[in-house]
Design a protein around this ligand. Structure first.
Ligand code: NAP
Length: 496
C-alpha cells in the first residue's frame, strides 16, 4: 500500500468528468490499495469511480491508528469534542449539495431524497455534540458505613463499524457521531457500492479538526476486512447496519473476544390500517413509507394489513397514487423514485412479484421490470392485492417499490400476523381509536411504532429493533450510551 498526499476532496472533483479515483483514509492519510474495485451509477450502469482495496493489511493499520488515537481522544474534554463535532456538522451542511450528488450517483435515490439524507445524517452529529457534555454518572447509596459509591461512563474504545449502501451518509453519522462524542475512535468499512460518501465524510471530518486516527475509512473486500475488525483485541465493539444474515455472522465472530455488538438489521414492517382510520391519510402514509428510496429502507412498509371494511377503498386510494409515481434518474426533477441499487435487486424483486402472481394475487398496477425501457436498474412502482400472507413477498424483506395488501378482520389475528416474522424493527398503525392504539402498540413486537405517522426516525429518538432486527439503539441519549462502559467506584470509609 502507498500513502498518498491528501487528494483534492471527492466533492471538489465531482464536476470533473474524469473517473474519480479514491483511496482509503487511515490515520489521517489517503492510502491506496493493492487492488481496486469499481463504483457505478445504478441509473445508467456507468462506472463513476475506481476505489482502492486496502484489504486485511489496511484494516490492521487502521485499527492500530485508531487504538493510538484513542489514548488521546478519550482525554479530550467533552466540550472540545462537542466543538469539533459542531464544526463537522456545519461543514456537512455547507457541502450538502455535493454530498447529496455523491449519494444519488452511487446508489440512485432521488437528489431530493439525498439532500434530505444529508440533513437527517447531520442531525445525529448536532445531537451527539450536545449530548457529549451530558455523559455522566450518578452517586449511589451503599450498605457500608461512611462509604460512597458512584458510577462514571467512559468510552468503550475502538469501534469497528460496517455500513450498508441504502443510506451511505446517515448510516455512518448515526454511529460515528455518538461514538466520537463519547470519546471512542472508529474504523469504518462502508458498502462497496457507496464508498465515496464515506470518504467525503472523512475529508470533512479532517477539515473540522477530528484528529488523525480518530475516524478511519477502509474500503475493500468485506471477507478480509470484517474478520480483522471482529478478531482484533484492540477493537472493543462492532457496530453494524445491514442484513440479519451478516449481522448474525459478525455476532458469532465477535463472540470470541466478548465484544459488544450493536446491530441494526433487517425488517418486515406491518402497516396496519384499522376500519376507523382516515383512509386518505393512511394511503399517503403508505406511499411515504413504502416508496421512499424505492422501498429500499429497513423501515419500509412490507405488509399492508387492512381490515376488510376499508380495504377496497384503501386499494383504490393506493392505486390512484402509485400509478402516478414516476421512476427515473434521481437527478431528473420529475422522478419520484430512483433505480434499485443494482440489477440483481431488480431480478430479486421481480421474482417476488412473479411468485405472488402465481399464488393468485392480483397485480393492481406495475409488476414489471423497467430496466430495458429506462436503461438502468429500475422497477415499476407496484401494488399487489388479495394475496396470502404466506407468500414470499409477505415473508421476505422486499427492499423494492412493491406494496402488498392483506385483508384481516379480527384485531387478535392482526396482532398475530404482525408478529408472525423473525423481524421486529418498525411497524405502523393507522386508527383514530385510542383504545386500539394501546392494545396494538402493546401487542405487537417491534422496536419502533408509528401511530398515524409513516416515518419514525429522528436524531432525538431511539432507533432499533427487537428479535432478529437487532440489538441496541441509535439516536437520542441511548445512542451515546451504547458507546460507553459503566464503571462503578466504591470509596470506603476512612477510620478516624
Ligand atoms: P449486507 O449485505 O448485510 O451488507 C452490509 C454491509 O456488510 C456491507 O458493507 C457489506 O459489505 C458488509 N458485509 C457483508 N458480508 C460481510 C462479512 N462477511 N463480514 C463483514 N462485512 C460484511 O446488507 P445490504 O444488502 O448492504 O443492506 C441491506 C440490509 O440492511 C437490509 O436487510 C436492511 O433492512 C438492512 N438495513 C438495516 C438498517 C437498520 O437501521 N436496521 C438500516 C439500513 C439497512 P460487502 O457488500 O462488501 O459484502
Amino acid at each position: 500500500m502507498t500513502v498518498m498526499d491528501r487528494p483534492a476532496s471527492i466533492a471538489d472533483r465531482l464536476d470533473d468528468k474524469t473517473l474519480l479515483r479514491s483511496e482509503s483514509f487511515i490515520g489521517g492519510q489517503w492510502v491506496t490499495g493493492t487492488s481496486s474495485f469499481e463504483v457505478s451509477n445504478p441509473a445508467n450502469g456507468e462506472v463513476i469511480a475506481e476505489v482502492g482495496d486496502v484489504g486485511a493489511e489496511g484494516a490492521r493499520q487502521a485499527v492500530t491508528k485508531a487504538a493510538e488515537a484513542f489514548e488521546t481522544w478519550k482525554k479530550v474534554s467533552p466540550f472540545e469534542r462537542a466543538r469539533i463535532l459542531m464544526k463537522w456538522y456545519d461543514l456537512i451542511l455547507e457541502n450538502q449539495a455535493d454530498l447529496a450528488k455523491l449519494i444519488t450517483l452511487e446508489m440512485g435515490k432521488t437528489y431530493r431524497e439525498a439532500r434530505g439524507e444529508v440533513v437527517y445524517g447531520a442531525g445525529f452529529i448536532e445531537w451527539s455534540a450536545e449530548e457529549a457534555k451530558r455523559v455522566h454518572g450518578e452517586t449511589l447509596p451503599t450498605p457500608f458505613p461512611n462509604s460512597r459509591g458512584w458510577t462514571i461512563r467512559q468510552p468503550i474504545g475502538v469501534v469497528g463499524c460496517i455500513t450498508p449502501w441504502n443510506f451511505p451518509n446517515a448510516m455512518i453519522t448515526r454511529k460515528c457521531a455518538p461514538a466520537l462524542a463519547a470519546g471512542c475512535t472508529m474504523v469504518i468499512k462502508p458498502a462497496p457500492e457507496t464508498p465515496l460518501s464515506a470518504l467525503a465524510l472523512a475529508e470533512l471530518a479532517k477539515r473540522a479538526g477530528v484528529p488523525d486516527g480518530v475516524f478511519n475509512v477502509v474500503c475493500g473486500d468485506a471477507q478480509k476486512i470484517g474478520p480483522v475488525l471482529t478478531g482484533s483485541d484492540a477493537v472493543r465493539m462492532i457496530g453494524f447496519t445491514g442484513s440479519t444474515e451478516v449481522g448474525k455472522l459478525l455476532m458469532r465472530q465477535a463472540a470470541d473476544g466478548v465484544k459488544r455488538v450493536a446491530l441494526e438489521l433487517g425488517g418486515n414492517a406491518p402497516f396496519i390500517v384499522m376500519d376507523d382510520a382516515d383512509i386518505e391519510k393512511a394511503a399517503d402514509g403508505i406511499i411515504a413509507s413504502k416508496f421512499r428510496v424505492s422501498g429500499q429502507t429497513c423501515v419500509s412498509a412490507n405488509r399492508i394489513i387492512a381490515q376488510p371494511g376499508i380495504a377496497d377503498k384503501l386499494v383504490e386510494a393506493l392505486e390512484a397514487r402509485i400509478s402516478r409515481l414516476k421512476a427515473g434518474d434521481g437527478f431528473a426533477e420529475d422522478s419520484d423514485l430512483g433505480p434499485l441499487v443494482h440489477m440483481e435487486a431488480v431480478s430479486r424483486v421481480d421474482a417476488l412479484v412473479k411468485q405472488a402472481r402465481e399464488a393468485g394475487a392480483r397485480i393492481v398496477t406495475g409488476g414489471k421490470r423497467l430496466d430495458e425501457e429506462l436503461g438502468g436498474a429500475f422497477y415499476a412502482p407496484t401494488l399487489i392485492d388479495g394475496g396470502d400472507p404466506k407468500m414470499d413477498v409477505a415473508c421476505h424483506e422486499i427492499f423494492g417499490p412493491v406494496a402488498s395488501v392483506y385483508r384481516i378482520e379480527r384485531e387478535e389475528d392482526i396482532i398475530r400476523l404482525a408478529n408472525d416474522t423473525p423481524y421486529g424493527l418498525a411497524a405502523y398503525i393507522y386508527t383514530r381509536d385510542v383504545n386500539r392504539v394501546h392494545r396494538l402498540t402493546e401487542g405487537i413486537e417491534y422496536g419502533m411504532i408509528g401511530v398515524n405517522a409513516p416515518m419514525v426516525g429522528a436524531a432525538s429518538t431511539p432507533f432499533g429493533g427487537v428479535k432478529e432486527s437487532g440489538i441496541g439503539r441509535e439516536g437520542g441519549k441511548w445512542g451515546v450510551e451504547e458507546f460507553t462502559e459503566l464503571k462503578y467506584v466504591l470509596l470506603g470509609g476512612v477510620d478516624g
